[in-house]
Design a protein around this ligand. Sequence first.
Ligand code: ADP
Ligand code: MG
Length: 323
Amino acid sequence: SQLANQIAAGEVVERPASVLKELLENSIDAGADRIEVEVEKGGIGLIRVRDNGAGIHHEDLALAVSPHATSKVFHQNDLTRLVSLGFRGEALASIASVSRLSITTRREADEQGWRVEGSAGEVTPAAHPPGTTVEVRDLFFNTPGRRKFLRSESTEWGHLEQVFRRLALSRFEVGFSLMHNRRRILQVRSAAASDALERRIGEVTGRAFLKTSAVVDFSAAGLRLWGRVAGPEAARSQADLQYFYVNHRLVRDRLIGHALRQAHRDILPEGRHPGYVLFLELDPTQVDVNVHPTKHEVRFREARLIHDFLYRAVRDALEPDLS
Ligand code: ADP
Ligand code: MG
């Protein structure tokens, strides 16, 4: 079953960046409003995520890393998981099967914290402030075949940083920090105010994009699209500034990609790529976000309507005179 889990891990754990994504989504799910990430050697040596979220019930700790439980039922956190990013309760178990993993956690109501190491580890008392720290060391140390497929430290770091930036743009109310090899790379404060978007986009993507992009804020038919889109003169030579969120979940989707490309047609110079940070908000019953645990796909009930809406909203922002 360790082997079965290592195979299953291939689904979820491709590289350090995919580990970070799972850990950050768990921290967000746990209602944290401060998340600190420390990385060493591009994430191959260490990924440590510390949050101030709800913590894990000590009876759930072993279950969370266990390769056996097929349908896991966890104690409910005190907070209601309104929009859960979680998928099937297998991410931590998968990561544990291909790394040296430890979790230290404490719930606010508990007198002490608890810690577990490895997938078969026993749960022992440990000191921890309310919240959870997950530490993942030596990714793929026990699966040399997979380890061989990792790229250079700096390539893995690049992917990991991209995941961090994407998640950091998904929740303005959460403060994030990122360290690599003990150097501070990025720190964004939590902000609930209406200027939060501007500030965070500036912090995560850089001021240049803020200065050269057009504001999008368009509502129709119960849908809202807001954020920023780069004007034609600020179009990019790489597709490296494309952030799209559906109900605050990062999405990469063919339909969305198509609508955005259409909206840029005849506007973008040849060989240039659109740049955008966009948030689509709609009734959660109109979209299925759990199509695949890792591929960021979504399925809209009314695909055609969404496509046309996105096209219109972005086109309007790019060519205000036409509207
Ligand atoms: P999933 O997120 O799909 O439920 P995971 O393997 O990622 O599966 O996590 C298993 C469970 O462990 C979660 O459902 C949650 O109850 C708990 N958990 C994981 N990480 C955290 C965290 N940072 N804070 C609180 N609970 C967590
Ligand atoms: Mg999860």
